[in-house]
Design a protein around this ligand. Sequence first.
Ligand SMILES: Cc1cc2nc3c(=O)[nH]c(=O)nc-3n(C[C@H](O)[C@H](O)[C@H](O)COP(=O)(O)OP(=O)(O)OC[C@H]3O[C@@H](n4cnc5c(N)ncnc54)[C@H](O)[C@@H]3O)c2cc1C
Length: 466
Amino acid sequence: MFEQGEQTGGKMNRIEFDSCVFDTGPTLITMPFVLENYFSSIGLTLADNLTLCKVEPACHYRWSDGSSLDLPFEMDDVARAIEDFAPGNGAPVSRYLEQARELYDLTKDVFIFSPFRGFREFWSLKNVRMLPHLHRLRFMSSLHSVHSKTFSDPRIVQLFDRFATYNGSSPYLAPATLMVIPWVEIGLGAWYVKGGIYTIAEVFTRVAQENGVRIHLRSRVESINVERGTACGVTLTDGSIIAADHVVSNADVFVTRRHLLGVELDEPTNLSSSGLVMLMSVEKADHGLAQHNVLFSDDYPGEFAALATEDRPRKNASIYISRSSHADVTQAPSDRENWFVLVNAPPKGKSNVHDQDQISSWDGHAETQAQLVLEQMSSFGVRPVVRQMMIRTPDTMASEWSSYKGALYGSSSNSMFSAFLRPRQRSSDVANLWYVGGSAHPGGGVPLVITSGMIAADLILSSLST
Ligand SMILES: Cc1cc2nc3c(=O)[nH]c(=O)nc-3n(C[C@H](O)[C@H](O)[C@H](O)COP(=O)(O)OP(=O)(O)OC[C@H]3O[C@@H](n4cnc5c(N)ncnc54)[C@H](O)[C@@H]3O)c2cc1C
């Protein structure tokens, strides 16, 4: 395996400063059974390798009118908490979660856990049981339109709309099929991993090495070599050529095709969002926050419209704050906290690691943007005393991980056809070339990325036996 970075993990990575430990990407894990399945597929157990912890409350939400809601971890407590906060919305939330569970059960084997070959497979005999339920897939309505018809309180609409951002999409454009996201978080739980989320990457790396995988760090692939339409290895930037029977690319699919295969491609028009991340060591203090927190902007439609039209996030964008030191003493000394602050940003960073000289809309603007975020936090009564800060922009995402323009999940789900158009594991034009990761089927987020790798592994093994 060839990784251009200093350590394995990609977006799931770890940075340390001021004696604090920071995850750089994922801060919560959903669908823990995917991790269980991964370990059991190689004869190991999740419990022997990782400690998953419940996060209580699951999230602290705060609005600009001063109201706030702590959403409980246990699903059975969610409707009651919402009813107390927004009378009349508890029963609709219960009904909504039940519908979302049905939708997940109906779609998961087709859209998530199988290789899924697009429209043709969707209409095939094996999915015939889904046909009478097509209306329940809610392709034709936006996530926001379903939420605004279901909940009478605009704050509850906004709370559920936010789940579209879990794969870099807009609730005003993405189909209501994405109701499966709140279901997996609320119904199946959002978990923290003791020692930090990066522990998952560390354990996966160890397990891979114990099973014979040789990992070469600081080794960037310059091109994928193809002979007579079949992938036959890679060339590294230092000129070495490595022969292989199969090539699996975990890099962004668009970047793989344009830069590593040299395919001429039009600019993508449906990129997922990127992010402005501020990692901050702060003085320990009581701001009334939980481990996960969201400070909601009071112009959500404007915030998402700006992601499509502007270069950088709006002044009053919503803010996510994760403080894993709240639950895990290994992440910061007793007098400070490790804040991970994320604001959704347009995917308009430098286009990739190969092009560092490009001018980006972020050049010279990161500090100003970070200052705006701190001012916005202050308007919610959150005024941390910052000891040290590291700012990471879409340029950082593009250069460290070669994500095109810093988009965090490849293409967004901002159209009813997104799930059908996402690149599959098997390359359609080069034999023995496979795509895995968040920009490939079934999509972004840790459990789906692990699933994409497992689907590719199954396909490669079955191709070897035919
Ligand atoms: C700020 C942020 C917050 C997130 N929050 C969550 C969350 O809470 N929960 C969740 O489930 N998900 C979250 N995600 C999404 C999740 O991190 C990603 O979906 C997942 O980690 C992506 O994995 P990947 O393997 O597809 O891509 P990557 O992690 O980007 O891995 C690709 C790897 O390929 C390497 N590479 C690329 N090109 C080359 C080349 N030419 N040669 C050699 N190596 C190369 C890169 O360096 C990188 O290590 C978040 C992501 C970010 C950035």
